[in-house]
Write a protein that binds this ligand. Sequence first.
Ligand SMILES: NCc1[nH]cc(CCC(=O)O)c1CC(=O)O
Ligand SMILES: [Mg+2]
Length: 313
Amino acid sequence: MRESRVSVDDLIYPVFVIEGNNKRVQVPSMPGVERLSLDLLLKQAEECVKLGIPVMALFPSIDASLKTPDGREAANPDGLIPRVVRSLKEHFPELGVMCDVALDPYTTHGQDGLIDETGFILNDETIEMLVKQMLAQAQAGADIVAPSDMMDGRIGIIRDALEAHGLIYTKIMAYSAKYASCYYGPFRDAVGSASNLGKSNKAVYQQDPGNTNEALWEVGLDLAEGADMVMVKPGMPYLDVLWRVKQEFQAPTFAYQVSGEYSMLMAAFQNGWLDEKKTIMETMLCFKRAGADGVLTYFAPQVARWLNEEGRK
Ligand SMILES: NCc1[nH]cc(CCC(=O)O)c1CC(=O)O
Ligand SMILES: [Mg+2]
């Protein structure tokens, strides 16, 4: 009689990649999460395929020497992410690869886009760079490009660029309702943008946590501009937004259980305050109940293992 269910194919696994060989670097604020070099990432990918996880989402941790104010390394067709994508698709063609479209891992100031002298974000100039970044990812073989930058109008321009380059199979997952949230803190440690960002924030382009109507406008715009799927982010604190978005549009809708949610839960597990398996599985069920068609979560391999053990693939 249960209305909602969790299955392995609901899962998208976000991972952090670094240059090098046989390198794994812990993310201190995310216990159990490591940045991996490509060779080790391939082992992770193999594990995902065995478990039945359909998609991995890639996030780079870029060497500080490659960061610039305009984040142009993001558009390098031989940069870290395009190389990782090519290798993943070569070894595991059946595993979906999703790439983040945003400049924050690549900019010296840690913002997702280009800024003027006063630090204000330059929406349209940013989109030009995002399109180059996205093409490098899509031409390397990414199955899904996922703009997380929150610039206005970028989905339509990205869709046009995909069409113009004959990339008709590449899907767009729009981070549509993305809030200016403090729950991204540990992620910013992981990609190394936290110290660059310093005291500044992303409130001029990410959404106000007090708004839910704005989420509907943003989702509506992104769908009209050509998004295949939309996302609400963060996850658990924004289930009301997820519910409204799914009810209103009935589009493929995803939730991101973000780094801060992961770290909060891990802290409780490490202290013995919450039961790890039961709590994680409950959070997954809550996402499904609120309308998610899938969930991006750092717990993906664990969830998949538990579901596999129970024969509930
Ligand atoms: N545009 C970058 C980006 N893509 C995904 C996340 C957060 C993911 C997480 O916290 O797990 C962020 C951080 C931010 O906007 O500052
Ligand atoms: Mg906007």
